[in-house]
Design a protein around this ligand. Structure first.
Ligand SMILES: Cc1[nH+]cc(COP(=O)(O)O)c(/C=N/[C@@H](CC(=O)O)C(=O)O)c1O
Length: 399
């Protein structure tokens, strides 16, 4: 028998498979509101001006040397300031073990592998629902998963009491995966007050919070505001883990620029933990890519470029917020019998519409509209040019 005859075709990825189907569709009316990637009002991908300027500054004088296993020190420094705060005591005390990672996915995976290696009996509580790849990451790291209540379908909001119950009922010292802001796919975030209650309960239970922060700045338009959950936990004295990504908020999708950080008890522990994170990276990819890290470092380290970035990331967030309003208004104008309040109550890249897989299939089959079957709409794919077409189709399949 042939060597690889038993290898079955892999199932389509629930998110990236939608992009493939969209690209294969010849219809001129097709609309892609599947993958969470920003598009401008013409439906085109965007390279931010701050990124183009950073590229101009490094053009030609790039060296192609290896980065250290832990990645670019400068990029890590800038990333920690963004997540933990410019004046963070934890940065000053060198208590944070941090390595450059292959974007947010790579940061989550490094953490999951670290968790498996050094806390082999631990498991991880993952919100219901969550970004589909979270399950794959901790599965492949062989860390057992549990789920915790998060989304409340009836109100299309947060099931806070269900969430708090699950936090209370989990064994002491459990690991929890938390979306720092712009929860994917629901667009539902705890309020500041709710984050404070969650943080308090985590102290009582000695739980460990691992924040996946893939959208800092992209949710509210203000990176400081979008880091509020992390800052609350830090003020309460928690040790945390954090996965950062520059895919969405800096548009560096394909550059795979991210950072994994773990707040340790002291500098010596941070040095040990960082050295072990590097030990995991070395046989996996040896060291991370140099280009994206350089772009990030130049932008965040230069006050002029950083303020340009802040303006541009707010611009992206504002456009999405504008499309939320437009989509809701179009549905209301069509006389939809349903409430669409959640479209503007939710935040970040996604609207969790509440549509069923069958309704999503009809949108694709009858209207060439592509979204994940859980009814998640990537709002960045909505433009002034397609919002009424999209609203009409949604109305037709939901009325
Ligand atoms: C919560 C979350 N975490 C991490 C990532 C990974 O991003 P990276 O490019 O590795 O930095 C994504 C990407 N989400 C979108 C794209 C994807 O599925 O990869 C999405 O949900 O469409 C997330 O939504």
């Amino acid at each position: 028998s042939s060597l690889f005859g038993h290898v079955e075709p892999a199932p389509k990825d629930p998110i990236l498979g939608v992009t493939e189907a969209f690209l294969a569709d010849p219809s001129p009316d097709k609309v892609n509101v599947g993958v969470g990637a920003y598009r401008d009002d013409n439906g085109q991908p965007v390279v931010l001006d701050c990124v183009r300027e950073a590229e101009r500054r490094i053009a030609g004088n790039l060296n192609m040397e290896y980065l250290p296993m832990g990645g670019s020190i400068k990029m890590i420094e800038e990333s920690l300031k963004l997540a933990y705060g410019e004046d963070s005591e934890f940065i000053k005390d060198k208590r944070i073990a941090a390595v450059q990672a292959l974007s947010g996915t790579g940061a989550c995976r490094l953490f999951a592998d670290f968790q498996k290696r050094f806390l082999p009996d631990s498991q991880i509580y993952i919100p219901t629902p969550t970004w589909s790849n979270h399950h794959n990451i901790w599965r492949d790291a062989q860390v057992p998963q549990k789920t915790f209540t998060y989304y409340h379908p009836e109100s299309r909001g947060l099931d806070f009491s269900g969430l708090m119950n699950d936090i209370k009922n989990a064994p002491d010292g459990s690991f929890f995966l938390l979306h720092a802001c712009a929860h994917n796919p629901t667009g539902v975030d705890p309020t500041e007050e709710q984050w404070r209650e969650i943080s308090h309960q985590f102290k009582v239970k000695k739980h460990f919070p691992f924040f996946d922060m893939a959208y800092q700045g992209f949710a509210s338009g203000d990176p400081e505001r979008d880091a509020k959950a992390i800052r609350i936990f830090l003020e309460d004295g928690h040790q945390i883990g954090c996965a950062q990504s520059y895919a969405k908020n800096m548009g560096l999708y394909g550059q795979r620029a991210g950072c994994l950080s773990i707040l340790c008890e002291d500098e010596m522990q941070a040095v040990a933990v960082k050295s072990q994170l590097q030990q995991i990276a070395r046989p996996m990819y040896s060291n991370p890519p140099v280009h994206g890290a350089l772009v990030v470092s130049i932008i965040l380290n230069d006050p002029e470029l950083k303020s340009l970035w802040l303006k541009e990331v707010k611009g992206m967030a504002d456009r999405i917020i504008g499309m939320r309003k437009a989509l809701k208004e179009n549905l209301e104008k069509l006389g939809s019998p349903l409430s669409w309040e959640h479209i503007t109550n939710q935040i970040g890249m996604f609207c969790y519409s509440g549509m069923t897989p069958e309704q999503v299939d009809r949108l694709t089959d009858e209207y060439h509209i592509y979204m994940t079957r859980n009814g998640r709409i990537s709002m960045a794919g909505v433009t002034t040019g397609n919002v009424s077409y999209l609203a009409n189709a949604i109305h037709e399949v939901t009325k």
